[in-house]
Every structure is written in C-alpha cells, then in structure tokens.
Design a protein around this ligand. Structure first.
Ligand SMILES: [Zn+2]
Length: 764
C-alpha cells in the first residue's frame, strides 16, 4: 500500500469519525483545504494529520536462580512537544525557556523545535520522577496561562538498570538506547524480554485552528517476559571476588575465566570473565584501557611517520588520522571488554585434558593395573623430542601415577594405546568437535588438527596431553562434568525459566542429556584418581580442607605474544569438581597470560579454585568432613565473655580451648575480640577489654608468608592476632602463600587474618 493510498484510507476513516460526531464546520474546512490547497497540504498532512507513536513495552526482568533481580526496567518518561499548537512567538519563547530550565537542554535548539509544524517532537528521553513532576507543573501552568494543555506531554518510557553493576556482566549483557538487547542474555532472549510495543494513534487538524478536533487511540503495550537464570548471585559474587584478586596477585594481562556448573543438570551456577564492566555504563573503558589506547594511537601515528616532522605535517589532517586511529582502538577495546571469554575464546586445554585421555584409555580397557609407563624426562617421537616438566624423569609409573605426576611422556604412550581413530571418536563424543549449544551468543568452534579427525602420530602424541588443538572453556567444563557425573554429556545452560509479566511460568528448561560417553565405573574410577591428585598429586593446590575435591592442573603455551614482552603467552588453568564421591559442582579456573613470573596452573589457578570452593561448598550445604590433621585448623565460634568478671572470663576462655589476652586495668570484661559468634581458629587468642582506654590498643600484623602452619600459629600467638588457615595444608612442603591483611598494618588485638597455604606447585 503506497503512502497516498494509505493517506486516502485514513482520510475516509477520519471523515466517518467526524461525521459521526457532527463536526460540520470542520468538514467544510477540511473540504476547503483538501480541494483548494490539496497538494501542498497533502504533503503536510502525512506528517501531521495522523501521528503514530510507538510506546515501549516494559522489558522483562532478569533474575538469578534465587529470585534476586539482576536486570530491571524502571519507569521513566519521555517528554514530547506538539509545536503545531503554538499560536504566538511569545508562547514558543516561553515554553522553550521553561523546558530548557527544567530539562537542562539547550534553549536555542528547543526554540527551533517549537517552530516545527508537527504534533510530535521528542524533546528528552528517560527523565526520572523529579523532572517529570516539574513537567506536570508546567503543563497545568501552560493550560492556565495560554490554554495550551497538550503542547507538552509525557509518554511512558523505560530505563534498564542493573543493581549489581559489574556482576556477571559478560553473561547478562546490556541494551541499546531503544531498549534492544545488544549482548549476553539481553541479546539472546531479546524477543522474550521485549514484549509488544503499544501505539498512540492521534488524528489532528492540519493547521492551527481555534477549535482543534482530536482523535486518540491507545493500544496498550504488552510487557515482556522475565528470565530466571541458573546463575546464583552468591556463587557468582564469590567467584568474581577471588578471580579478581587472582588477576591482581598474578598480574594477569588478558583477563580470567571461571565457570561453575552443576555436573548433573548442566546448569551454570556462575560464569565470569574478569575483569568485567559496569552494565549501567557499558561504553566507558577503564582508565587503564584509555591509557593503553593513547599509547596505541601514538604508536600508530609514529609508525606511519605522522609526528616525525611537526613543521610540515598538516595539523588538521593529523588530528583526523589520530581520531580515526583512536576510535578504532576504542572499538577493539570495547569488544574485548564485552567478550564472554568463557564461550568465545579457544585455548589449548593442556594437562587438564589428561583427565579425558585417561578416561578414553580406561573405557577402551587399553590400560590396566599391570600397565607401566616409563618417563626418562623426555620422549623421542620421530624427529621430535617432547620433554616432561620433570627433566629428571618420573621413571616407571602406573596410569594413576602418570596422572598424579602430570607426566607428558606417559600420556603420549597412553594416547598411542588409545589410537588415532578412537581418540577422534571420543573427542567427538565428549563434545569437543561441536558447539555446546549454550544459550548465549558468540560461542566459538573448536580448532582441531583436521576436519575429518585424521591424526598423524605426532598430532596424537601432543593431543594426548592437551596441546595443539583449541577448545572453549565451556567445552572443557562440560566434558569434565561428564567425567564426574557417571559419563553423561549434558547440555550447559544459563536460563532456568521464562516467566510472563504476572510471574507465571511460561517455560522451564530441563536437563538435556546428549549421550553417555564413558561408563559409570570408569567415571567412578576417574573421580578417585582425580581426588587423590587433589590431595597429594599435581593438583594439591586446589585442595580444600574438609572437602573431597577432585582436580587437575593445566598450563599451555599460546604461541603468540600479546603483551609484546618477547615471551609466548601462557594459559594457567585448574579444572575439577566436588565432592569426589558424589560430584555436584564442576569448576574451571583459567587465567590468560599471567605475568608475575609463575604462569603454571598449579601456582596461579589452583589456589583460586580452592578459595572459591572453600566458600561455595558450604553455601551449597555440602558438609565438610575433616581429616585428623585438618581438625586442628578448623575454625570454631567465639563464645560470649562480655559482662563477666575478668577472672571468671579468663577461666572460661581457656576452658573453651582458646588463649586469653587481657587488655586494661578494670574488673569487668567490657568488650572482646573476636566478637561473640564470629569464627576464630581453634586454639586462637581471644582478647578481653576491661576499660575504655584499652579498646584503642593496636598490634602490628606480622608476615606469615613462607611459613608452615605451626610456625604461623606460633607467630600469630606472639603478636596477639589469629590466623585462619585455608588451602593445602596436608601436602608436603605446604607454606603460607597469601595473607588477607598485609604485613605492617595496625589492627585490634585478636583480629583474624586468613592465610592461604599451598605447595610450591609442580610446573604444570
Ligand atoms: Zn614424566
């Protein structure tokens, strides 16, 4: 239907309405305008007689799995001007001036707007209630003063708001100015979230008469559906806290990834690409990135000879080139910042993949209790020598020991026993050759040696220990879940339910099991081997006291040098699950290019994995079961001693198994540290304050790093502070790696300092 035809149809329709209401004079006027001034007015009429204004529907809410709001649309308003109603320049001048005042807009521009001969000029979007109230006042003022009730009006509008700002930013995503989803869930589920926009159709006279007739029809907007994620805000927050600390501790250049997945259902409990970005302000780069962009721009200009000779360079031209280079660098930085590395990046999985290779070998029964795998420190394959991280060699090993040692030469032999064809079959079965199909945009494909899976013997050798083929972190965690859960490859997903605007469930996403890859027996055996690995093998830095952790380290070379330090980039990872006897949650921690000197998964990622698990497992109500040597370091709860007389209180503290330290000269305990009910290490120190002055006493935090658990306890007692022990304490050579309050800080006596222990780690 052409524009003219449409217009005619509307005119006829309008006439019917007019006749029905008996506006005879208006018809005469209209007839005159149509007949006499026809053509000229027809053009104007298209713009003016009918306005069809889109009214945005309220976009659905995004909830976490426990119903916490992660993204929400708040009601705001759009200010609209209908300048065709103006009769005098004085009115125009007055309205422009008042709007400029209320909305902080440029008056000259507003004055231009008031001269338009239409009924619809959008003046300002997304105003909040304070400005809205002032606009309402202006409306009644204009109505009284000039009888201009409809010249300024308000339309419903919405503004997207993210209460947790940075949390899960790469998963949730953000929307554009018109509320359309641009990334993450906001993009993937845009059609569900958007709803159906409403319309306001208005028919008005084409010129300003004393008696305008009007026709208004509102077609209500239909609110969008809400999305309930599988992401748990608490787990996500714990993950992001430790992942961010890991970025700082290890001077990580290319961000980090953590995925926590329910091994049985495929529900993603947390997915983080850190550092993230502020969803409420997604187009602003960090100060650090802005500096980098300045450097990149300067470098670009220099390289192209633009700043060599300032006297002859055309300044304007130079500025233009600088701007182009800058905006290009900015878009690259923004897309890097928004990137969900957990699904969009591919990497060599490295030794983490050994859990897959060994699963294949066990399922194919090509290894058994009599199999031995010899490591001399290197393995010669045709012209190529492949080294073990232990150059002295691991000697003769069982298949279990081969994994605990994370021995490459042994895994080359295990891979050879599996064979090229079977290796490819299992690679496909574990889901590495296809996208997982997770419900998020931007998932990448794997990069394997060949399309059809044909492998040369050298390809097979390096693939056995996870090198030279690339997969995504989401593929790795999905395959690890299959190893853990009895052998089932489940579909990972981040959306749990879709709700209508009343909160009724529209659809529920259930567990989708693609296939069984390995048997229950092989899965059970792998759980045992990986648990032992986390207790005393190469994965021991991922161990959490009291919990049955199973895990594997990985370190892989990226064969590119993104930061330009002349050394190839490394990925440090740790992948595991818990509890090993009845796996519930699998987790992958992955840092891209740590630059602090140690880039091994055992040193960089395993302690972060342990810290996260130590908080997440109790939250998931998985009970701790401590071993004898761990019991000593278990935190307990401080009793109530305040209000007691000093000697009774001291006796009670000691009877409760703590050391006592008395501060002040009084007879009664006025305060205590740690306070009643807070956690304190078993055998720790409780400080009792007996007068006002003593409350200001401070002690200096000593250094714990490098010391054993018993040394740390001794140092803590002599300084009057408490040490809460986390990380690996059972493994030989475990020592304090980090402390939660830095050496030299002044704290109240009795303060609890968390000290994380780990072994030096192996080079993997
Ligand atoms: Zn070895």
């Amino acid at each position: 239907m052409g524009a003219n035809q449409r217009l005619r149809k509307r005119t006829v329709w309008l006439l019917i309405i007019i006749l029905a209401f008996g506006f005879g004079a208006v018809i005469a006027r209209l007839a005159y305008l149509q007949l006499i001034k026809g053509e000229e007015l027809q053009r104007m009429a298209v713009e003016q007689q009918l306005t069809d204004t889109k009214v945005n529907a309220k976009r659905g809410t995004i909830y976490d799995s426990k119903g916490k709001i992660l993204a929400q649309s708040a009601s705001v308003w759009r200010v609209v001007l209908a300048p065709a109603y103006f009769q005098t320049d004085e009115q125009r001048e007055y309205v422009a001036s008042r709007l400029s005042e209320i909305l902080s807009l440029d008056k000259a521009k507003l004055l231009e707007d008031t001269k338009e001969n239409t009924y619809y000029v959008s003046v300002k979007r997304q105003i909040e209630s304070e400005e809205k109230d002032k606009i309402l006042e202006l409306q009644s003022e204009l109505s009284e003063k000039y009888q201009l009730a409809n010249v300024v009006s308000l339309l419903d509008d919405y503004k997207r708001y993210y209460p947790y700002s940075e949390l899960a930013s790469s998963v949730i995503g953000f929307t554009g100015d018109d509320g359309q989803g641009l990334s993450g869930i906001e993009f993937q589920y845009d059609s569900n979230l958007t709803g159906t926009p409403g319309r306001i159709v208005s028919a008005q006279n084409a010129i300003n008469t004393d008696m305008p007739f009007g026709y208004n029809q509102n077609i209500g907007a239909e609110d969008g559906h809400s999305i309930v994620l599988t992401i748990d805000e608490t787990v996500q927050s714990i993950v992001e806290k430790y992942m961010t600390q890991g970025i700082i501790d290890n001077n990580v250049y290319n961000r980090g990834v953590c995925i926590a997945m329910d091994v049985n259902t495929g529900e993603i409990l947390a997915m983080a690409s850190v550092n993230g970005y502020d969803l409420n302000d997604p187009f602003t780069l960090s100060a650090e990135e802005k500096d980098k962009i300045k450097d990149i721009t300067d470098e670009y200009l220099m390289k192209n000879g633009y700043v060599e000779d300032p006297s002859t360079t055309d300044k304007k031209e130079l500025e233009k080139i600088r701007e182009t280079a800058k905006s290009e660098a900015e878009s690259i930085a923004l897309s890097k910042m928004w990137r969900n590395k957990a699904i969009s990046d591919t990497y060599y999985p490295g030794s983490v993949f050994k859990m897959i290779t060994l699963s294949m070998a066990l399922q194919e029964k090509v290894v058994n209790k009599d199999s031995r795998f010899f490591c001399s420190g290197a393995f010669n394959l045709y012209e190529k020598t492949i080294h073990c991280h232990d150059i002295a060699g691991h000697g003769s090993q069982t298949y279990q020991e081969s994994l605990w040692h994370s021995c490459n030469p042994a895994f080359i032999q295990i891979g050879q026993l599996v064979g090229e064809e079977k290796f490819w079959d299992y690679y496909q079965a574990f889901g590495f050759s296809e996208k997982t199909g997770i419900d998020l945009p931007g998932e990448s494909d794997d990069i394997f040696f060949s399309e059809d899976g044909s492998l040369g013997p050298v390809d097979l050798a390096v693939a056995s220990f996870g090198q030279n083929f690339s997969i995504t972190p989401i593929q790795m965690i999905t395959a690890c879940s299959a190893v853990a859960n009895g052998g089932y490859l489940v579909q990972p997903h981040v959306v749990k339910q879709i709700l209508d605007s009343e909160g009724n469930v529209v659809s529920t996403i259930s567990t989708d099991t693609k296939r069984q890859v390995i048997s229950n027996e092989v899965s059970k055996e792998m759980c045992g081997i990986l648990e032992e690995n986390a207790i005393s093998g190469s994965g021991s830095n991922g161990y959490v006291a009291g919990y049955r952790i199973a895990g594997k380290t990985g370190t892989s070379e990226k064969l590119n040098d993104s930061n330009g330090d002349g050394v190839d980039d490394y990925i440090a990872s740790y992948c595991g699950f818990a509890p090993a006897d009845e796996p519930k949650i699998a987790m992958l921690v992955f840092y891209d290019t740590p630059l602090s000197g140690n880039y091994y998964g055992s040193a960089v990622s395993a302690p972060v994995f342990a810290n996260i698990m130590a908080e997440v497992l109790p939250y998931l109500e998985i009970d701790a079961q401590y071993k004898d040597d761990e019991i000593e370091n278990v935190d307990v709860t401080a009793g109530a001693y305040t209000g007691m007389n000093v000697s009774d209180a001291s006796a009670q503290v000691e009877a409760d198994g703590f050391n006592v330290m008395i501060k002040g000269e009084g007879d009664t305990v006025l305060a205590q540290n740690p306070v009643t009910g807070s956690t304190i290490p078993k055998g720790g120190t409780i400080v009792l304050y007996t007068d006002e002055n003593s409350a200001n006493d401070k002690v200096t935090v000593p250094n714990f790093i490098g010391y054993s658990v018993s040394d740390c306890n001794y140092i803590a007692a002599s300084y009057g502070v408490n040490v809460s022990v986390t990380g690996t304490v059972s493994a030989s050579g475990a020592a304090a790696k980090t402390q939660s309050i830095a050496e030299g800080k002044e704290v109240s006596p009795g303060t609890v300092i968390t000290v994380t222990f780990s072994t030096g780690g192996i080079n993997d």
